[in-house]
Design a binder for this molecule. Sequence first.
Ligand SMILES: Nc1ncnc2c1ncn2[C@@H]1O[C@H](COP(=O)(O)OP(=O)(O)OP(=O)(O)O)[C@@H](O)[C@H]1O
Ligand SMILES: Cc1ncc(CO)c(N)n1
Length: 276
Amino acid sequence: MTSVALTIAGSDSGGGAGIQADLKTFQELGVFGTSALTAVTAQNTLGVHGVYPLNASEVEKQICAVMDDFPVTAVKTGMLFSAEIIREVVRTLKYYQAPALIIDPVMIAKGGASLLQNEAVKALKEELLPLAAIITPNIPEAELLAGMKIETAMDIEKAAELLLEAGADAVVMKGGHLDNQEFAEDLFMSASGKKFKLRSERIHTKDTHGTGCTFSAAITASVAKGKRMEEAVRIAKDYIHVAIKEGLHLGKGHGPTNHWAYRSYKAEIKEVVLLD
Ligand SMILES: Nc1ncnc2c1ncn2[C@@H]1O[C@H](COP(=O)(O)OP(=O)(O)OP(=O)(O)O)[C@@H](O)[C@H]1O
Ligand SMILES: Cc1ncc(CO)c(N)n1
């Protein structure tokens, strides 16, 4: 049977991040993609030129339309913008006893534009995060959610532990933002005690627009197909790695990644480093 995933996120008119990245990723990984828009952004590779949120009730209607009709097996959240939208998403997902929830806690776009209001961070942490099968913060997002500064490898683990304590079943701390490193390394930790690093060669490119959205959408697609979380994050790491590596070099700023690249990609590039 065809697997169906739902993404609840913002639109990126430039097509590299947000809903557009999610649907492209679902498609490439063989999952039927459905969506609920939270906001429209006027955005391209140079930055965010406008943010136009929908009402919480408009978001709820879209989720209901999808959930009432489709056998959704995984849900992803991206840009949620406000505490009102977060609360409505939480209420609606609880009503449907929604399947596995993958949270990408989107806060700030690469150019610095805010995609989540400051006062909404608390709602994300206290109300949405406890529903998470996995949450995929980058370092600045993890700092705000865990309420601590992250400077060392030990800080990364400590913050991951705090997010598990806050109610997520698993966490991937994305290391894409740590500059000047040979590797792009992410830390996976689960409440059930699994812990490993996903490591790939760091690609030196400015074209990394939408990498976070694409990575968590790839996790969502595999989970929708019934794969275990550890396997889902490994596939996602492969997917994003090759999508960055085979970049399309579109636009004048931070270009999007290449979703077609995974089709012809066979070898495994990433390395899994088990930790005790
Ligand atoms: N230059 C790079 N080379 C290889 N992998 C990378 C690179 N940059 C990011 N990644 C990988 O891409 C995935 C997404 O991480 P990233 O830190 O970019 O997310 P993000 O900050 O949430 O992205 P966004 O800016 O789209 O919100 C991670 O697995 C990360 O290791
Ligand atoms: C709509 C949207 N969602 C997420 C991101 C983060 O990459 C972005 N730039 N735009």
